[in-house]
Design a protein around this ligand. Structure first.
Ligand code: NDP
Ligand code: KAL
Length: 258
């Protein structure tokens, strides 16, 4: 067995810019020889995604689709189109989360119904919706990977409703692993340490969160996009063929510290 992804095609959802974790995953998969398909939600990020893909050697072969995961019809059309254009898919990286800004500060007790539903809709349910849509295209089996955060396992200040949505996402990974295992499809999560992305922007105490990692995480350094990318590559390759329903922490070991 070798680690090459030559001849395989992967869908990467959630590249907004070069700092996106999805972009780290795309780079690792590309290095391994994979062909890439990108989906983006906001039209304003289309150019950014296309420009980034063009920086990859052979990136002209990449394909791009607009897909808003709150819209079932849009999801179905996107994967139908991908099936028409390329046929078989070998894996998918789901790198999508959203909560209204006002829910990501203050007391969790004040979470609104609307804010709760939005966070769960985009950040958790979307994995199930997308998995159902991609399943028929994964006729040779393969892997699905999503991104989660420690705030779904423990209370992390300000993560609030997103923590509850991640807990739901983490449980979805296990149920989906059971549903899709019989089709040869594995479903796993990477719990990433804090990385300064567009989503993390505007978070007041991000600097102190990073400082804490540098001081207390076993590896004493922050997590990089590349580290997450390479673990996604492992999870989407045959080297992880016996792994499903799992969560791997790529966080310099921070999660073991009490
Ligand atoms: P980015 O801001 O780069 O990516 C977030 C992505 O979510 C964007 O590409 C955005 O697309 C997409 N998105 C939001 N709403 C929708 C929607 N309705 N339909 C489709 N896509 C949507 O941030 P990250 O790379 O940090 O985030 C990626 C994942 O990593 C998230 O699940 C996040 O929770 C997780 N994570 C991040 C950590 C960090 O420290 N950065 C740590 C642990 C986990 P668009 O802009 O086009 O709307
Ligand atoms: C404890 C941490 C500090 C940060 C607190 C909350 C972070 C929540 C993540 C969530 C995905 C952020 C948003 O939804 C931001 C959104 O309200 C505004 N931003 C946008 O709309 C931009 C333009 C687009 C691209 O963003 C999205 N998401 O669509 C958590 C830190 C330490 C770790 C992080 C950042 C975890 C994580 O899940 O991202």
């Amino acid at each position: 067995m070798n680690m090459s992804l030559q001849g395989r095609t992967y869908v990467v959802m959630g590249v907004a810019n070069k700092r996106s974790i999805a972009w780290g995953i795309a780079q690792s998969l590309h290095k391994a020889g994979a062909r890439l398909i990108f989906t983006y939600a906001a039209e304003r990020f289309e150019k950014s995604v296309r420009d980034l893909a063009a920086t990859l050697e052979g990136g002209e072969e990449s394909l791009f689709y607009q897909c808003d995961v709150t819209d079932d019809e849009n999801i179905m059309e996107t994967f139908q189109q991908i099936q028409n254009d390329v046929g078989v898919i070998h894996g998918l990286a789901h790198c999508i989360a959203f909560a209204n800004k006002e829910e990501l500060k203050g007391d969790f007790l004040n979470t609104s119904r609307d804010g709760f539903l939005t966070a769960h809709n985009i950040s958790s349910y979307s994995l199930t919706a997308v998995s159902r849509a991609v399943q028929p295209l994964m006729s040779e089996g393969g892997g699905i990977v999503t991104l989660t955060y420690l705030g779904g396992e423990r209370v992390v200040p300000n993560y609030n409703v997103m923590g509850v949505a991640k807990a739901s996402l983490d449980a979805s990974v296990k149920y989906l692993a059971e549903s899709l295992g019989k089709h040869g499809i594995r479903v796993n999560a990477i719990s990433a340490g804090p990385i300064r992305t567009l989503s993390a922007k505007g978070v007041g105490d991000f600097n102190s969160i990073l400082k804490d990692i540098e001081e207390r995480a076993p590896l004493r350094r922050p997590t990089t996009q590349e580290e997450v990318g390479d673990t996604a590559y492992f999870l989407l390759s045959d080297f992880s063929r016996g792994v499903t329903g799992e969560m791997i922490h790529v966080d310099s070991g921070f999660h073991i510290i009490g």
